[in-house]
Every structure is written in structure tokens, then in C-alpha cells.
Design a protein around this ligand. Structure first.
Ligand SMILES: CC(C)(COP(=O)(O)OP(=O)(O)OC[C@H]1O[C@@H](n2cnc3c(N)ncnc32)[C@H](O)[C@@H]1OP(=O)(O)O)[C@@H](O)C(=O)NCCC(=O)NCCS
Length: 154
């Protein structure tokens, strides 16, 4: 496992987030990310290398009064090093600190890597939302109770 420096991204990290987002299967518009980093309703937790390189991020927002993990991305050359796991754990910690007792997310049924990661952390599929994504793909709606139980990782 590579232990990253996990901290909140700010406006100063915009170019790094955009650069990394090129590797996202579904990149977000620059104006959306810029607005969030300027102090919008979505918080970006970044996983940084010692030299300051952004290796991954998790975007945390709210939906209907609950905490929602809106995005998760790790640089392709740094995958399977535990960074995704560290980012979701950090996002869950932050959500719990804010008083949320549940963390939800949506993931494409075809995204086996993300599904495996979320299941490892105790997320469970609560519903399938047909035609959720713009291309008609269904979403798995997953939920975990906070604080996360990390027993599965031991
Ligand atoms: C999904 C993603 C964030 C995982 O990040 P990562 O840093 O590689 O994940 P981790 O190294 O923390 O993996 C933790 C565990 O998740 C599971 N996992 C992660 N990637 C996996 C894969 N490709 N296949 C199977 N299991 C996988 C494994 O159980 C893994 O533990 P192990 O490596 O000890 O076997 C990364 O693949 C990614 O950025 N994908 C593209 C964006 C995306 O799909 N985001 C999710 C949107 S909902």
C-alpha cells in the first residue's frame, strides 16, 4: 500500500484535478469542477504524493440531506496501491465528522473495479436504478453506515 497525503483540494489544485480528470471514463465539465473548488457544495479530497502530485481524488456532496460520494478517480498508473480505498475512507470520515450517519453512491453495474472496492469497505447495493446514466446504463445505488466498519480490511 502506498500511503498518500490526503487533504482537501482548493482552487489552486484546479489544473491538477482537470489533468487527472482526463483519465475519467466520464469527465466533468471544467466549469463544474472550478465552481466546486471555489467553494461550491462539493468537496474534493485529494491523494497527493510527497512531491505534491495529485494521484487521485474523491468528490463528496449531498443528496436529499444525506452524504453522497459523487466521484472517485485514481491515476491509471497508480491503481491497485490502495489509493481508492484511502480516499473513500477519508471521505467517509469527513462525512461522519459532519454528522452524517450514512454514505451513499452510485456506480455503473459494469464497473467491476469500483464495485469490488466499495464492497470491501462495507457498501451494500440497495437498489438498481434503470437508465440512470445518459447512455441508458443502469446504476447500482450503494449505501454504507458511518463510521465505516474496517473489519473487512484486517
Ligand atoms: C475504481 C478505482 C477508483 C479504484 O482505485 P484503486 O486505487 O485502484 O483501488 P485500491 O487499490 O484502493 O483497491 C482496493 C480494493 O478494491 C478492489 N479493486 C480495486 N480495483 C480492482 C480491479 N480492477 N479489479 C478487481 N478488484 C479491484 C480490490 O479488492 C482492491 O484490493 P486489492 O488490490 O488488495 O485486491 C480506479 O480503478 C479508478 O479510478 N477507476 C476509474 C474511475 C472510476 O471508475 N471511479 C468509480 C466511479 S463510481
Amino acid at each position: 500500500m502506498f500511503l498518500a497525503d490526503i487533504r482537501f483540494c482548493t482552487e489552486e489544485n484546479l489544473s491538477q484535478v482537470l489533468e487527472l480528470d482526463q483519465f475519467s471514463p466520464h469527465p466533468w465539465p471544467e466549469r463544474v469542477i472550478a465552481g466546486d473548488l471555489r467553494g461550491g457544495r462539493v468537496s474534493y479530497l485529494g491523494a497527493f504524493a510527497a512531491e505534491g502530485q495529485l494521484l487521485g481524488y474523491a468528490a463528496l456532496g449531498e443528496e436529499r440531506g444525506g452524504a453522497l460520494l459523487m466521484n472517485l478517480l485514481v491515476s491509471p498508473d497508480r491503481r491497485r496501491l490502495g489509493l481508492g480505498l484511502q480516499l473513500v475512507v477519508a471521505a467517509a470520515e469527513f462525512a461522519a465528522d459532519m454528522g452524517f450517519s450514512l454514505l451513499s453512491l452510485r456506480v455503473r453495474s459494469s464497473n467491476t473495479a469500483a464495485l469490488a472496492l466499495y464492497k470491501t469497505l462495507g457498501f451494500r447495493v440497495r437498489a438498481t436504478q434503470q437508465h440512470f446514466y445518459s447512455n441508458g446504463d443502469p446504476a447500482r445505488y450503494m449505501l454504507a453506515r458511518l463510521p465505516l466498519s474496517l473489519r473487512a480490511l484486517q
